[in-house]
Design a protein around this ligand. Structure first.
Ligand SMILES: [Zn+2]
Length: 97
């Protein structure tokens, strides 16, 4: 189980949180102008990298606030927690073959 360090409440068990998908995905400025294929691409096509991913999480059974997490999807190691709207921290590259 992950121990996630909520920036507002401190470290809590993973069970208190909900995963909110990939972080830093820009919503289309004019969604009504997109075709079905482009809209589906925005909604469903996410990066599924083996390695460091930037993710959104919400402390759904706590303060109910959203924040970003940099997590290694292979090791489950949480490398950084940072606020919504902030730029991701510089992290060392990790790659797995
Ligand atoms: Zn919290």
């Amino acid at each position: 189980m992950l121990l996630i360090d909520c920036p507002h409440c401190g470290p809590r068990a993973e069970i208190e949180f909900s995963y909110g998908n990939e972080a830093h995905i820009a919503r289309p400025l004019q969604p009504e102008a997109l075709g079905d294929e482009d809209w589906a691409d925005y909604l469903f096509m996410k990066t599924n990298r083996k390695g460091v991913m930037l993710e959104r999480w919400v402390h759904s059974h706590g303060c109910r606030r959203w924040f970003n997490v940099a997590r290694d999807t292979l090791t489950y190691e949480i490398l950084a927690v940072y606020p919504m709207g902030a730029k991701p921290p510089k992290l060392p590259e990790r790659s797995y073959l």
